[in-house]
Design a protein around this ligand. Structure first.
Ligand code: SAH
Length: 382
């Protein structure tokens, strides 16, 4: 966990930060699950139950490989052992309360109730050439970005590795069963852009990334290139991620190129400034050879001025122009009670033009799920 921001002695520091990193102690932990454990830990646990160690691999094959949901389908396991294995390693983690669909069924948002009643949401987006699962890593979020619905409710708790993985497995099951418009398919991409700040739940998120990328049947066998971890910019965690040796794509939620505005839009900027966050992103790109994505929600008359677009390009290109970065502009999605709206089309176009003119690859995100409050920043689990 990063340390809480140090109290500043500077008299001009106007406010205390509503940032929450640590959850209350003494809470019940989510049930232990196969997906929380490494293959070696699974084997050890199964042996501890007095069962042959190879059962761990069989169980993993059912969960990660065949995406089995109903234990009755695990017919290669003797009934008595199966009950023991399922009780010990496949406890129920979450229950779907509601699924909303849009885009003729190609976008599906699911509201999940976790074991302790905490609510989270995940979104499955099907495209002609890929299927992306947008997952939550925390119930709520402590980062308090004023334009994000999740940020308004504060942090309830961190999710466990298995709770994060289970969202992807659930999406993989729906796709495999052909429940999603477009016929049977598989999850090709996972983005940590649902509820929560993934870098504030670092250990569980890295565990989940490992389960997603471990070869089947140890994990889901996905490519790290298909996984994006999005962060407000917890600098020490970005540095740590670069050292993990898993080349996931890093997305940095910048939203402003100058500290004055970013202090307001992304309050963690009061702790790690624009140059520190962008510097960490640049080092990540250098270390992993993965192009970093800079997220920038375009907010009308707030951060969409031509001079800010120029400044953004200058800040990014000051680290070099070897293609280490690209900018992903997100038209602001409406959230309850927010005074802000999306930029005018002509201002959006001008921002794109100015960034590209200075050689910064720029795209505007094709936002999905707005009709079902399933787009970026709209997940409130209500
Ligand atoms: N905590 C992570 C993941 C959050 S969601 C992070 O901040 O990066 C992914 C992206 O959606 C972030 O860039 C976030 O800033 C952005 N976002 C939040 N609210 C939004 C809104 N109302 N409209 C558009 N994008 C939004």
């Amino acid at each position: 966990m990063p340390e809480a921001p140090a109290p500043s002695s500077a008299p001009e520091q106007p406010r205390t930060l509503p940032l929450v990193f640590d959850e209350p102690r003494g809470r019940r932990k989510p049930p232990r699950h196969l997906a929380d454990l490494t293959p070696a830990e699974r084997k050890e646990l199964v042996s501890g139950l007095g069962l042959p160690g190879f059962r761990a691999k069989q169980l993993s094959t059912h969960y990660f490989g065949r995406l089995v949901e109903d234990p009755a389908e695990m017919t290669d396991l003797p009934t008595a052992e199966r009950d023991q294995l399922v009780a010990g390693l496949l406890p129920p983690l979450m229950e779907p309360l509601r699924t909303l669909e849009t885009d003729k069924g190609a976008t599906r948002k699911t509201l999940w109730k976790l074991f302790d009643g905490a609510l989270v949401e995940s979104v499955l987006m099907r495209y002609p050439d890929r299927a992306t699962m947008c997952v939550s890593s925390q119930a709520g979020c402590g980062m308090a970005c004023p334009f994000c619905a999740t940020g308004q409710g504060g942090l309830q708790r961190n999710m466990s590795t298995a709770e994060i993985v289970e969202q992807v497995v659930a999406g993989a099951r729906s796709l495999a069963r052909g429940e999603v418009a477009g016929g049977p398919g598989r999850v090709s991409n996972v983005v940590f852009m649902g509820m929560g700040e993934p870098m504030a739940n670092y250990k569980a998120v890295i565990g989940a990334v490992r389960r997603l990328t471990d070869k089947t049947p140890d994990g889901l066998g996905m490519s790290a290139r298909g996984i994006t971890v999005s962060t407000v910019g917890l600098v020490p965690r970005i540095e740590q991620l670069a050292d993990e040796g898993i080349p996931v794509t890093l997305a940095l939620s910048l939203h402003a190129p100058d500290d004055e505005l970013r202090d307001e839009l992304v309050p963690i900027n009061n702790r790690w400034k624009v140059h520190e966050a962008v510097g960490a992103a640049w080092r990540y790109a250098e270390r992993t050879k993965r192009r970093v994505s800079i997220e920038y929600a375009l907010i009308k008359d707030v951060n969409d001025q031509a001079w800010r677009a120029d400044l953004l390009a200058d800040v990014l290109t000051s680290y070099g122009d070897w293609g280490w970065v690209h900018v992903n502009l997100i038209p602001l999605n409406p959230t309850p009670g927010s005074k802000w709206t999306a930029s005018r089309r002509e201002d959006e176009r001008e921002v794109v033009r100015r960034l590209q003119a200075k050689g910064v690859p720029t795209t505007v995100r094709d936002t999905r799920g707005r009709e079902i409050d399933g787009a970026c920043g709209q997940l409130a689990a209500q």
